[in-house]
Design a binder for this molecule. Sequence first.
Ligand code: 26W
Length: 825
Amino acid sequence: MDHLVKDALEGDRRVDTQDVDSIQRALITYMVRVVGTDPRSAGPRDWFLTVSHLLKGILSERGMTTSRAQYGQGTRRVYYLSMEFLTGRRLMKHLLDFGVESKMREALEGLGQDLDAIAEEEPDPALGNGGLGRLAACFLDSMATHRYPGYGYGIRYQFGMFSQTIEDGQQVEHPDNWLHRGNPWEFVRYGVNYPVRFHGRIVCFKDEKGRQKCQWVDTEDVLAMAYDMKVTGYDSPVISNLRLWSAQSTNAFDLRYFNQGNYIEAVKDKTTSETLSKVLYPMDSTVLGQELRLKQEYFFVSASLQDIVARHLRAHKDLALLPDKITIQLNDTHPALAVPEMMRILMDVHGLDWEPAWDLTRGIFCYTNHTLLPEALETWPIGMLEHVLPRHLEIIYQINHDHLQQVRFRFPGDMEALRRMSLVDDSTQRIRMAHLAIVGSKRVNGVAALHTRLLRENVFPEFDEMSPGKFVNVTNGVTQRRWLLQCNPGLSDLITEAIGDAWTTDLTALTALEPLAEDSAFRARFMAVKRINKERLAVHMKGLTGVMADPDSLFDVQVKRIHEYKRQLLNVLHVIHLYITIREGGAPVPGPRTVIVGGKAAPGYHLAKLIIRLINDVALTINNDPQVRDRLRVIFMPNYNVSNAEVTIPGADLSEQISTAGTEASGTGNMKFALNGALTIGTLDGANIEIKEEVGDDNIFIFGLTADEVAQTKQRGYNPWRVVEEDADLKRVIDMITSGFFSPQQVNRYHAIRDALFEEGDRYMVLADFRAYLDAQAAVDALYQDPETWARKAILNVARMGLFSSDRSIHTYADDIWSIKPMEL
Ligand code: 26W
C-alpha cells in the first residue's frame, strides 16, 4: 500500500497546480463526481464547492505529509485553546498560500467563470466576537507560515456571531446560519469523539493501597465530535489543524428513556445535549454567568484535553513526558477549566497522586489575558460549579488550599493579600477564573506593553510579587498575509515592485520603503492605490446602505465592537461639532470628510445600541442637509465582520483608536489600518503607544489623558458638569443631542446617554477628552489639505509597521514562552 500512498501524496496523480489544463480537468472531475452538477448548468455556488473540494484534496495530502513528519520528529507541540476563531473566508487564502491564485483564475476564466464572484459565495465563518477571536486566527496563520507545530482547539458553533442589519436606525440581530448550505472545508471525524460529563456526584474511597480515590458518578454525558479545518501558511509545506468540537447526544443517555418506552423524551434529551455547541455568546466584555456558557467552556476544554492526552499517549506512552512534549496556551480564561480538568484526568483516569499531577499540570499551561475591564473578568458562582462540575469544584478548592499556604508563607499575617489572592471571592461566593489560570500556568502574558504593566501593577500585583518573571508581555500582531497581501493587492504589488517580497514573511523588511516617502513619483502611485481602494469601499458601502461616499473626501473610519470604553460617542460628538461649524459657516471650514462607523453591539447592551441609533440619526440629519452634505457625510456600515474589514481597512485615510487610556488591552485593528497606509488618531492606550514609538510622534495624531492621568483625575474627583460648563462648543453639542434635535419624533430618545455622561459620572471620560480630540481632528483636517505631506506620513506608517506582525508575536511566544522550534520538512 505504501507506494500507492506515496504516489498519492507526492506522485503525478496529484493536480498540477501550475498547469491550467490540469486544473481545468480536475475542476470538471470534482464538479461531476463530488458536487454532482452538470458543468453546463452549474451556478456560482456549484463552482465554489468545486474549487473548494479540489483545494480540500490538496489540503488533505499536505496535511498528512505534515503529521507524518511531526510524528517522525517527536516534535514538541503547542495547543491553542480558544472559544473563538475568526478565520475569515478560506478560499482566497488557500489559493494565495499555495501560490495558485493566478492559475486558478485563468483556469476558471477558460471555463467562463469569474474567481472573485465564486469567492463571494463563501460564508464568512463568524466563530468569534472580535479582537480575541481574530488574534487566534492570525496566530494560526503565523504558526503555519513559520512551520511551528501548532494546533488549534475550539467550538464548531452552529450559529456564529449574529449578522446585523440596521432598521429604523437601530441594530437588528439575525441568526448566522453559516452551515445551512454545508461547509466544504471541514473533515468530519465521526470516529473521534469523547464523552463529556456533567452534574452527578462524587464518591470517595480508599483503594487497595489505602490511597484516597474519588470517582465522579451518575453524570449526564454529552458526546464531543471532532470537525477538522486545515490551516495553511503562506508558501509553507506545513499544514496545521483547527479541531472544532460539536456536541452530540450519547446513545447511552437516550436508552434510559427508551427502555421506559418514552421515545419523545429521549429525542428531547438529544436536542438538549446538542444545544451545547448551538450558538456563540455574542458578548465580548460583560460576563453573564449563564450555566450554558459554563457548560460550553467545559465541553470544549474536556474534549480537547482528552484528545491531547490520548494523542500524547499514542506517541510517547509516558504521562511524565507531557510538559516536555506539549504546551497549552489558554486564550483568556474561557478555557481555564483546563487546569482542574487536567488534574482530574491525571488523577481520576490515570491514577496519579495529587503532587505529581500538579507538577505536570503547572508545567503545561500558559495564559493570555486580554482585558482589564473588571466586568469582563470571569467568575462563576460556587453553587453553579457545584451543580454542573462537582469534581472540578473540589479540585479547585484543593488547588486554592495549597495556593493560600504559599500566600501565607510569602505574605505572613497579611489578611488582605490572602483575601485578594484567593481563588474564591468570599463576598460574592464566586470562583475567580483569572486567579485559577494564573496559579495553574507557568507564564501569564498581557497583549501590549501598557496592558502588561497595568496587569502587573494594578490587577494582580501580589501574584506578580509572589512569582517574579511569571508575567511577561507579548504585544499582539496581525498577519500581513491577510491584512495586506490578500486584502490590498494594489498596495502589495506596489510594495513588492519597490522593495521585493521579503515583507510577506518578515514584515520588518518594510523599512526599505522609508526613503521612498521622499520620492514624489512613488507618493503619487501610493495615493493612486489608496484612491482605488476608496472607490472600492465607496461602492461597497453604497451597496450596503444606499449612501454614496465621495472618494475625494477624507475617509475617517472607526470599525470595532461598539462599547462605551471604545468611545464611538466621542467620535459622534466631534461629528456634531463639525456639523454645527459647517452650518454656521465658521472658519476654517473643515472637510470634506466621510465619517464611517461600523460594529456590533452585544444584544443586551442597551447603551451601546443607543449609540448605534444616535450615529444613524445623526447620519440621517447630516446626509439630508443640502448645506452640509457635500462637506460632511456619515455612514454606519452594517454587519462589520472579517469580510467587510477586508474592504474597509485598505480604503481608510484616518484610523480612529480613541479608547479611554487604560481600557483597551491592545487593539489589533489599529495595526491593520496603519499597515494599509491610514494615519491614526488615537489615545495613549494599548498598542497605540507602541505604534507611536515606531512611526514617530510626527506621523500620528495623539491626544487626550494618559492612563495615569485618567486614574489621577478619577481619584481627585472628576466632574463632568464642570467640563461642559467650561466648554461652549461641547455644551452646544450635548444640548443638541439631549434636546431631541436628531430625534424630533422622540425628543427624550437620548436621555440615557445624557445620564451616563452626567448622573453616572462619565465613566469613560468622554467629556474630559473632548477638547483635545477636537484639536487633534483640526490638525488632521489641516494636514489633509497638504496631500504631499499626508502621503509622506502615510508611507512612513507602512514602512514602520514591521513590529506589528503576528509573526513577531509568534516568534516571541515560541522562544520565550513555549520553547518550540520550527519543524524541518
Ligand atoms: C465572556 C465575555 C467575554 C468574552 C470575550 C469577555 C471578554 C472577552 C474578550 C477578552 C474580549 C476581547 O476580544 N478582547 C480584545 O482582545 C484583543 C486581542 O488581544 C485586544 O487587541 C483587544 O484590545 C481586546 O479588547
